[in-house]
Design a protein around this ligand. Sequence first.
Ligand code: AMP
Length: 283
Amino acid sequence: MEIFEQVAAMQLACREVRRSGKTLGLVPTMGALHAGHLSLVRAARADCDVVAATIFVNPLQFGPKEDFSKYPRTFEDDCRKLRAEKVDMLFAPTTEQMYPRGASTVVHVEGLSEKLDGKSRPGHFRGVTTVVAKLFEIARPHRAYFGQKDAAQLAILRKMARDLNMDIEIIGCPIVREADGLAMSSRNVYLSPEERRQALCLHRALCKIESLVAGGERDAERLREAGLLVIAEEKAVRLDYLEIVDAETLDPVRDIKAGALVAVACFVGSTRLIDNVVLPPCA
Ligand code: AMP
């Protein structure tokens, strides 16, 4: 695996890949890699001739009171995992490489970026779309792989690619969970054993909603109420949002017959966790 820190070197290497007629798959991450990230790498490995991963803890997507400085950084370990998955190229730039002094251009998907996590994390999605647009421009991959775990992010990146006519196929990959249902996240390392137990209420709430849908419930508000009750049972957990929305527009739906995204975000202690489930269309 070749490691690139410089934008120009990564750009050149990716250009060579395309010139040789090979397909290039890109897997953007912030590092602290777990099995969720590696599932994206495997999907890319299965689809593409050359796989490039990126590790960059993007300051632009963290709010001033968020965890940018304490975000887990495990570079050597990450490199080992990526090598084991036969990743060809790793782009791990410094902040100065990505945002040279004076850089002032951002990419902002209006509307969608203010919904779900965008409501409680102002500027977050603008940071995400800006860095991903830059990574796309640097690597110009044929395909890019993102997790369904960040469902709003995936919807926003799809919209960005469409709106800006980016010739890149955005591939969404399923959520990878721990054995007990907790969605894998680099932030799970922040949880104390007690918080780790409390965090299961996110998955429990989603399962409750799915089981009510299986039992015939179609009304989004009643489903939402049932999910909220499950979260409320875990007294130490503070709800940020639980919403039932259209997976593309992220607008709330009244019933779930055409399919819906159920997305939840909670603070467990000081750790903010998210999870979601996609309800398929049903009669
Ligand atoms: P991050 O490093 O948190 O920015 O995540 C990098 C990519 O990995 C994003 O596309 C995430 O959606 C994806 N990802 C993170 N956790 C999971 C998971 N548990 N299952 C699947 N994909 C994930």
